[in-house]
Design a protein around this ligand. Structure first.
Ligand SMILES: CC(C)(COP(=O)(O)OP(=O)(O)OC[C@H]1O[C@@H](n2cnc3c(N)ncnc32)[C@H](O)[C@@H]1OP(=O)(O)O)[C@@H](O)C(=O)NCCC(=O)NCCSC(=O)CC(=O)O
Length: 404
């Protein structure tokens, strides 16, 4: 709960003005099972399959060093040695490989999303044909029609479903898709929006090279799906998180810090060394924007917000980012536990990661409720990516997650 300087609790605008915010009604996640690679074996595997073991020993040692510092234990990948054997061009940067990579992801990205969507739809308890809108985010959408249409067909959605695809939003894709779903649900009576984020590193894989080592050590594959709607709810629908306010902020002059580029060889990415500091410098501003929108409070000096009174869903872009946010906001160590858990178990799955964090957060909240712990009612979600762009949401979670 947010308080003013005198410790008085704020009422949410939903309560004051009869406004009913959109809510997350169900969550499902999925990862490919084709390859699960522990971080301490990753450098050995990459250098073995690319036959670089004896040529680039310094680079291999560096990748090993980086992998040990990521805070990641393992990651899931769609790319297997079998696929690499079938596509030698993936390892030869002088040959075009984008088409072959897109042929593979064209089926794999929607398939992975379908696995996550089936779980979400089952939890939701209504037929897939009740979905009215679909918002799909992936950095692998380089063709049209794209993964959104394939997913709609695989799930048997109605032909009248309104589809939107977000491409190359990177790690803020999940936050952006959720923000759009909120706007749709609150402005279309009875709308039920399926938000799908499905990411695979297959378009990015290349021979080990200096500039991509950090990305190689961080990114993994996964899909996250959420169903979003606003009141009126059916009897089977349960609110996991109300999305009270959503804001986006771009940090001026940081365009070059983070980026992705589609080339004939696939997708290159750039992760600048300054990213954790930039996020640390800007996170409070982003949070205050979202809180002001949620609570109608124009006092931006930050003194009225007790960050430890909130629950947190932060995109785990990397361990130093979580460390920086924890330090700047003076968060207690367990506040980012859901984010650290997802980073440890799956790595950074770009736009899909925030869905995993919300899923882990609700699981933890349900466990805490089972143990009669007092749950935090208000929370903050942060997702960021190229721009640098930050999507921030104020969330409201039920005090008893299993009762509503
Ligand atoms: C790479 C790390 C695991 C290294 O951990 P530490 O920083 O604690 O360790 P360290 O300082 O000893 O660094 C180990 C080695 O990594 C190098 N190093 C660190 N950060 C680097 C970077 N961004 N680019 C290139 N090299 C980098 C250091 O120079 C050092 O090299 P040497 O050993 O030779 O001295 C971590 O910094 C990390 O997770 N960084 C990524 C954070 C980030 O920006 N994430 C955003 C992802 S993008 C995202 O989430 C959004 C999106 O993509 O859309």
């Amino acid at each position: 709960m947010t308080r003013d300087k005198a410790g008085n609790a704020y009422e949410s605008c939903s309560i004051e003005h009869g406004y009913a915010p959109a809510t997350v009604l169900a969550i499902g996640t999925a990862n490919p099972s084709s390859a699960i690679v522990p971080s301490d074996e990753f450098a050995d595997q990459v250098f073995r399959v690319t036959k670089s073991e004896h040529r680039l020993t310094d680079l291999k040692e560096k990748l090993n060093r980086i992998c040990h510092k990521t805070g990641i234990e393992k990651r899931h990948f769609q790319l297997t040695e079998e696929i690499l054997r079938a596509h030698p061009e993936f390892l030869d940067s002088t040959l075009p490989s984008l088409d072959a990579r897109m042929d593979t992801v064209e089926t794999e990205v929607p398939k992975l999303a379908t696995s996550a969507a089936v779980k979400a739809i089952t939890e939701w308890g209504r037929p897939a044909t009740d979905i009215t809108h679909l918002v799909f985010s992936t950095y692998s959408a380089c063709r049209a029609p794209s993964a959104d249409l394939h997913l709609a067909s695989l799930l048997g959605l109605r032909h009248s479903v309104c589809r939107t695809i977000l491409s190359l939003h990177g790690c803020y894709g999940g936050g952006r898709a959720l923000h759009i779903a909120k706007d749709i649900a609150e402005n279309n009576h009875g709308a039920r929006v399926l938000v799908a984020c499905s990411e695979t590193t297959l378009p990015c894989f290349s021979m080990p090279g200096g500039c991509n080592l950090v990305g190689d050590a961080l990114f993994g594959d996964g899909a996250g799906v959420m169903i979003v709607g606003a009141s009126p709810f059916t009897i089977s629908e349960r609110s996991l998180f109300e999305m009270v306010s959503a804001t986006q902020r771009t940090m001026p002059g940081t365009e070059h810090a983070l980026g992705m580029q589609v080339t004939g060889r696939g997708i290159d990415f750039h992760v600048g060394v300054q990213v954790p500091k930039l996020l640390g410098d800007n996170v409070e501003r982003c949070l205050l924007d979202a809180l002001a929108l949620a609570f109608g409070n124009d006092d931006h000096d930050g003194n009225n917000v007790t960050w430890n009174d909130l629950f947190w869903a932060v995109h785990p872009g990397g361990r130093p980012i979580l460390d920086k946010i924890e330090t700047v906001l003076k968060l207690e160590p367990d506040k980012l536990a859901a984010s650290r858990h997802v980073l440890r178990e799956y790595g950074n799955m770009s736009g899909a990661t925030i869905v995993f964090v919300l899923d882990e957060l609700r699981r933890r909240r349900e466990e805490e409720a089972d143990h009669d712990h007092q749950l935090q009612e208000w929370g903050a979600m942060l997702a960021f990516g190229p721009g640098i762009t930050v999507e921030t949401m104020v969330l409201h979670g039920p005090r008893n997650p299993k009762a509503n």
